[in-house]
Structure formats: C-alpha cells, structure tokens
Design a protein around this ligand. Structure first.
Ligand code: A3P
Length: 248
C-alpha cells in the first residue's frame, strides 16, 4: 500500500537569469528558510524592522512561489530546490545531515496530509520531485568544477553562524557590517523565528494545518526518532553521501 497521497512535480522552468544571480539551493528541510531570514536582514533595509514568512517572498523569493519582480536589487538571491542544473550562474548550496532531513521531511509531509504512514514507510517508499537526498547533494557538490558553488552546512551554521555568514557574504560579494550580521543572527534565532511564525502566521503555501513550521531545529534529532529498522534503511540509501560529507 502506498502511503504518499500525492507528489507534486515541481521542476521549474526559470525565467530570465542574470550573470550575477545567486540561487540558494538545498534539499527540502535543510534549513533554507532560516538562511533566507538571515540573508534578508543582512542585505535589505527592512522597514517594518522584521522579516516574516510573508515579506520573505519579496526579499529572497522562492522560485516555486514566484520569480522576483524587483528588478533593481542586484545581485538577486532566490531559493530553489532543483536537482543539479548548469543554468544557475552562482549557487549557495545548503546541506544538512540526511538523517535529520528525512525526519524533518516526514513531519512536514504528515502535517500537510501528504503522507500517512510510519517513518520507516516514509523512508522505504520515499519519492520526491527533487530526487533522493544523496543524489541531490552529490549532484551539486561532487563535481570537478564547483567554483561557482558555495557549500555550507546547517550544522556549521548553528555552531558558528557569524563566521559562516560572513564567508557567505564574501562569496556573494557584498560588504555588511559586523553589527548588522550579528543582529541578523539574533533576529533569526530559532525562538525569534518561532514567535514570528506565531504572531504573524504563515502564507497558505507554507500552511501546516496550524502545526509548527519552525519545528525543533535540532542537530542529531534523528537519534531519538529513527528506530534501527528505519535507520538501516536510510543508511542503505545514503551512507556513502553522509560519510563523504563528513558526518559520522
Ligand atoms: P526541523 O523539522 O528538524 O525542526 P527548510 O526551511 O529548508 O524547510 O528547513 C526546515 C527546518 O529548519 C526545520 O527543521 C525547522 O525547524 C528548521 N528551522 C527553522 N528555523 C530555524 C532557525 N531559526 N534555526 C534553526 N533551525 C530552524
């Protein structure tokens, strides 16, 4: 019996791409929204003083929701989940321990009524428009020439956000003051993003039947979520990529 209710085939046909465009690419549930918030605070003068789940679409657009309409702000930074494509001129690739990703993706799918089975079933029947976690990561990072690609991990971002964000801004080619980077990190903390979600709500495309989008934000949460069977099954599919990335 298949437990997936539906799968959206979302492969996107990009519109005009400029040579300085930066695509913030990740496999779903790797912390993309958090990084978008931090970048939005660093790169835009936010008049309302707060980035939220509505205005983020204008600041760092998600290409599946809409292509950027603001033609003046360059470089443009856009969120994408596409598997490897050579069409993107510059790429920030955010990755996260695949075991935490799959757990997060499971709850995401349950919340949206896209899946109704167990975690084990989710892993064994897994099917996403963006391909497998390992294939996605390898497609973007395991290439001979990745000079246009800046890879960073969710775990490093949590451990040392200031250094990671500063390096990333260098890659993008923008100068941002230390004070501003620090304030972007503080304003985008897990607790702050959770209150923003509670106070200002989610747009319909993110709606999770009133459950949390900013859910747990843990590193290694998989250890208490995956039983041996589920873990074995995921490791069969992804252990080579996990070890290649340096995860234990
Ligand atoms: P969990 O489900 O493990 O909690 P994406 O934005 O790519 O869909 O990733 C969602 C994941 O990022 C969720 O992981 C979510 O809780 C986590 N997240 C959201 N905001 C965060 C923040 N400010 N700090 C750390 N993690 C955050």
């Amino acid at each position: 019996m298949m437990h997936f209710k539906f799968l959206r085939k979302k492969i996107f046909n990009p519109k005009k791409i400029y040579v300085d465009d930066v695509f913030l690419v990740s496999y779903p549930k790797s912390g993309n929204t958090w990084l978008r918030f931090m970048l939005a605070y660093c790169l835009h003068d936010i008049e309302s003083e707060s980035v939220d789940f509505h205005n983020i679409q204008t600041l760092i657009p998600d290409i599946y929701v809409g292509w950027p309409t603001n033609k003046k702000t360059r470089p443009r930074i856009m969120k994408s989940h596409e598997p490897y494509t050579p069409r993107y001129p510059r790429v920030i690739y955010l990755y996260r321990d695949g075991r935490d990703v799959i757990v997060s993706y499971y709850y995401h799918s349950i919340q949206r009524n896209q899946f109704d089975g167990t975690l084990y079933e989710f892993i064994t029947e897994f099917n996403s428009a963006f391909g497998s976690w390992g294939g996605h990561v390898r497609g973007w990072l395991d290439r001979e020439d990745i000079t246009n690609t800046y890879g960073l991990s969710y775990e490093h971002l949590k451990e040392n956000p200031f250094v990671e964000l500063s390096n990333l801004l260098n890659f993008i080619g923008v100068k941002v003051s230390t004070a501003r980077i620090k304030s972007a990190i503080r304003l985008s903390s897990f607790d702050n993003m959770r209150s923003i979600e509670k106070n200002k709500g989610l747009p319909s495309y993110l709606n999770a039947n009133n459950q949390d989008f900013v859910r747990k934000g843990n590193v290694g949460g998989w250890k208490t979520e995956l039983d041996i069977k589920a873990l074995d099954s995921f490791m069969e599919q992804a252990s080579d990529t996990l070890f290649w990335l340096g995860y234990k």
